[in-house]
Ligand binder design. Structure first.
Ligand code: MN3
Length: 273
């Protein structure tokens, strides 16, 4: 059945009904709400309902929160064209990875949280940083799905073809920590190539220090007080069409496609937080 979204410009006759059906607290003005759930269009037509009889179900969204959260759980635009990274990452891989996997995490997360206004009004970042607020029976699903959303949204801007190297300041920090850029790459490569199964290899700021860390499945370092600066997705779906089982070749290509401007931005932001 099709769903009609009850969104912007809700007709006046709908206000009271929406407030009642969706339990919108008195202190929230109807103008502050950007979308109030949805109604079942097909069922409504079949029942020969007048629009004023339609009952909204689902959730209401607070406009201010949606803006703050960049529309809560909607897929961000890719910062480049699908074929931008080829042949390092082919257009086909991008279509599947971004269009199916990343989109899939959004869809499943939205479906999971449907009806839970408190959680829907938290950004993916807030969810992952406040897992204790998530009911225990859906917590693992939120780790998987919100992690899948956030990690991929963080990953794409880390990639770029033909970018410049790290800034002098960041290079100095990496040298201080690993001795040289080559040693940093060597350790990153080792982490990424030996991660068993599915996961991510990160450069993070942890207690103010640069560290390389692996996370499994969709676990995000932001759930563990780390501030991500750079990441590589080493799930098979990230490279299998282009490299089959040769993950090390994919990692080698990654070092040639790091958006160091973005990493520097992440680093400067992490340092001041
Ligand atoms: Mn992935």
């Amino acid at each position: 059945s099709s769903r009609g979204l009850v969104a912007h410009g809700i007709a006046g006759f709908f206000h009271d009904r929406a407030r009642t059906e969706l339990n919108i607290p008195e202190e929230i003005s109807i103008e502050a709400i950007v979308a109030i759930g949805h109604f079942d269009r097909q069922a409504s037509i079949e029942a020969n309902e007048k629009p004023s009889d339609r009952k909204p179900v689902g959730s209401y969204y607070i406009k201010e929160n949606l803006e703050k959260n960049n529309m809560a759980h909607t897929l961000p635009e890719l910062p480049f064209e699908m074929n931008h990274l080829a042949p390092f990452i082919s257009e086909r891989t991008m279509q599947v990875h971004y269009g199916k996997h990343h989109q899939g995490y959004f869809n499943k997360l939205n479906a999971l949280l449907e009806g839970n206004t408190e959680l829907l009004n938290m950004s993916t970042e807030e969810l992952l940083q406040n897992l204790a607020k998530v009911p225990a029976d859906i917590r693992q699903k939120v780790i998987n799905l919100a992690g899948g959303v956030w990690n991929h949204s963080f990953f794409w801007p880390c990639l770029k073809k033909g970018g410049a190297g790290p800034t002098e300041m960041l290079t100095a920090e990496i040298n201080k920590r690993w001795g040289s850029m080559d040693s940093f790459k060597e350790e990153f490569h080792k982490n990424a190539s030996t991660l068993f199964g599915s996961g991510w290899t990160w450069l993070v700021l942890k207690d103010g220090k640069l560290e390389i860390a692996n996370t499994f499945n969709q676990v995000s370092p932001i759930s563990n007080n780390m501030k991500p600066l750079l990441v590589l997705d080493v799930w098979e779906h990230a490279y299998y069409l282009d490299y089959q089982n040769m993950r090390p070749d994919f990692i080698k290509g990654f070092f040639e496609h790091i958006n160091w401007e973005q990493v520097t931005k992440n680093w400067l932001k992490a340092k001041t937080e």
